[in-house]
Write a protein that binds this ligand. Sequence first.
Ligand code: GDP
Length: 449
Amino acid sequence: MDALETTATEAPPLVAIVGRPNVGKSTLFNRLTGSRRAIVGDEPGITRDRIYGTAEWQGRVFAVVDTGGMVPDDEATIPSAIFQQARAAIDEAALLLFVVDVRQGPTPLDEELASRLRETGKRIFVVANKAESAKLDADALEFTRWGFDEVIPVSAEHGQGFGDMLEAIADRVEMAETASAPEREINVAIVGRPNVGKSSLVNKLVGAERVIVSPIAGTTRDAVDTEIESDGHRYRLIDTAGIRRKGKTELMAEKLSVVMARRHLERADVAIVLVDAVEGPTGSDATIAGYADAAGCSTIIAVNKWDLVPDKETGTPAAFERRLREVMKFLDYAPVVFISALTGQRVTRLLEIAARANEARRSRVPTSELNQFFERHLAQPRATLPGNQQLKVRYITQARIAPPTFVLFTNAKKAKLHFSYQRYVENRLRESYDFFATPIRVVGRGKER
Ligand code: GDP
């Protein structure tokens, strides 16, 4: 069935962000939802719509609505206006996040909003934003006198306190299973040296697939993304304008491609690293691919201009792949696809692979399975470590997805795992589960803490 047409059986609960101007509502919203923004009705001349998104916490989701920006600026300081505009969202919401600025303390406008919000009878958390120090954390206590359900100091800008806040939300709100949430778009970064065919690939994709929204302003000031749909999945091609930008000289182009790659990879779920089939894999290709791995993106290596390679001369794809693996040893998990951005050969296939990689990247191994994995592979101390070190692993847990990150609790004094052991665990994980095209992180936790 087409994933986009599936109707959710279990609608995610709604959390509404309210508060006076400049307390950081949209920053909070952006950090909570990442790029999982559903409706952005912000075009000039159109009635400003409410902005909805979805947030995810430990495989469960809730919907978020940002009530900021709903009030014309000149009325944004009138409590009744803020309240009236947010009313519909408040009525629907299972929980209100009442955002305040901890550095300013409670202002008269906050006080008045507080009493109006209290009258709704809704569950309310005070989110004390801009708490970027221990002192400011403590200052947040001042807001407890309103008597709302929770006061949570956070920094929407830097992310501190988000774990606590999400946990508190999860405690009070019945979240929906991720499976029933609308699929979010897959952020794809197309990276590579100058002239490998990045722009050509973008043009081909945009020409061949259905463009949903084009272009969408990105998070950085001059980045412009394009969203396309293919086979029921939505892909956001990161900074399509930037991809088309060329350096004036060869050296500048080369440098620009590296700078752009790093920037694009930061926002990506999946990286498509383009390599030129005629020039073969080069050191710069390896450098750029290395950034993809470091950024924790799922990575696909696409050998472009395959149409220019006469089979007889250069040999088979297997030979090319061997050379490629030689220069990119660290990327042994990345699949290699031979494409032509010019003829369109396997270009749509590339997207299917990206979707599969994105799914693998977000997978979570159930605790029961991980316990079995532990018994099978980790319970016995391994004597093969250097220096006669006897490492005893006490247990393993998957701390994160995207990329999947596993923490091993050990008896060692140092938290840091030996490289060879890290590799051993990673290999066993790869054999046991499908982490297609995706880097895995394995980190240790020692005794002293
Ligand atoms: P970018 O700098 O990575 O964006 O590279 P461009 O997309 O501008 O491509 C550089 C040159 O390679 C252009 O002349 C393209 O027409 C050509 N090119 C790109 N992809 C292919 C391909 O698959 N086959 C062939 N034969 N030429 C290609």
